[in-house]
Design a protein around this ligand. Structure first.
Ligand SMILES: Cc1cc2nc3c(=O)[nH]c(=O)nc-3n(C[C@H](O)[C@H](O)[C@H](O)COP(=O)(O)OP(=O)(O)OC[C@H]3O[C@@H](n4cnc5c(N)ncnc54)[C@H](O)[C@@H]3O)c2cc1C
Length: 296
């Protein structure tokens, strides 16, 4: 099918894009078009105007922050993130997740900002941003505001973005020296949306006990779900196999997954337990290795 008729604008600056979004009530931003254009072709979306962000070069880029963190421009393509040595060094959890997003052709066009603004509950990047405690920069004609990833995702395909606002950048904090990470998902075929996925970070204290853990699941609810009970089962304990198994079991009480044509709720719950256990084992091993050699 072809999309309904729409007006098309290609601004050269963020300011021009924000003016257009403010002036045109039914306008939508166009980033990589990998979700929006199919939705328009299926007539699931019918924006009156598209404001194409692809001509705004300042919206793309990966820059180091002075505190050891990273700044990603919203129009940075998935492929650029996947192949960035800076991302691998400073945000290895993000680097590990990238190859799971769709297929290379889609990663060549799709953008980090588009994925986050689209807020698909089965998407990898919202979970990673929540696990890394990212800050999202939202810009409007009146100025910009910064909100946490936890505040940004408000429900099924919905975010805190207001009419006329653009997501312009994502800031990731520096990695803690004694922390480890892991990203795991299961999909029917590589490149499909995950049946369940887990993004985890574990921070160890000097004595080897767990100081803190972030466990975020996706494809188990209306958006990324930050587990509460599973990290509580780890914190303060030495993360041996028994403790990890208890945390993985606890994750089943953190989620209320749906049943759909892809998997039943019971299967997703079981998968969440198994994948969380594997992710924690890998994250703990990496935290220990990173403690003894911070270059790893
Ligand atoms: C076959 C196929 C398989 C896929 N598999 C996966 C997968 O496994 N995992 C996954 O995560 N994704 C998957 N995707 C989606 C892909 O990752 C897209 O790149 C992503 O969802 C949207 O990014 P985009 O840049 O293409 O955004 P677009 O499609 O251009 O836009 C998506 C939405 O975000 C809004 N938007 C875009 N940029 C901004 C901005 N800066 N500020 C405010 N709003 C903005 C748009 O208005 C639109 O509503 C798949 C897509 C296809 C076609």
């Amino acid at each position: 099918m072809k999309p309904p008729v729409f007006e098309y604008f290609r601004p050269a600056s963020t300011e021009e894009a924000l003016d257009l979004l403010a002036a045109k009530s039914g306008a939508k931003a166009l980033a990589g078009g990998q979700s929006l254009i199919p939705a328009m072709n299926f007539r699931l979306a019918a924006p009156e105007a598209l404001v194409d962000l692809n001509g705004i070069t300042t919206l793309a880029g990966i820059d180091p922050l002075p505190d050891g963190g990273l700044r990603l421009g919203a129009m940075t393509r998935h492929h650029a993130i996947e192949t960035s040595a800076l991302v691998t060094a400073r945000a290895p959890l993000l680097a590990e997740a990238m190859p799971f997003i769709a297929h290379p052709q889609i990663r060549n066009r799709g953008t980090v900002g588009g994925s986050l603004a689209h807020a698909d509950p089965a998407a990898e990047l919202p979970a990673v941003m929540l696990a890394l405690k990212a800050t999202l920069v939202l810009s409007a004609r009146g100025g910009e505001r910064r909100i946490s990833a936890a505040e940004f995702f408000t429900g099924l395909f919905t975010t805190a973005l207001e009419a006329g606002e653009l997501l312009t950048a994502i800031e990731l904090p520096a990695r803690l020296p004694e922390s480890g990470f892991a990203f795991i998902e299961l999909a029917r075929r590589h490149g499909d949306y995950a049946l369940v996925g887990v993004a985890a970070t574990v921070t160890l204290g000097a004595s080897g006990t767990c100081k803190g853990a972030r466990i975020v699941l996706f494809s188990v609810g209306e958006g990324p779900v930050a587990a509460v009970q599973a990290p509580a089962a780890l914190e303060g304990f030495s993360p041996d196999p028994k403790v990890i198994a208890a945390a993985a079991a606890a994750v089943q009480d953190d989620i209320d997954p749906p049943s759909d044509i892809h998997a039943s709720a019971a299967y997703r719950r079981q998968l969440a337990r198994v994948l969380t256990g594997r992710a924690l084992e890998r994250a703990v091993a990496r935290a220990r290795a990173h403690q003894s050699n911070p270059e790893q």
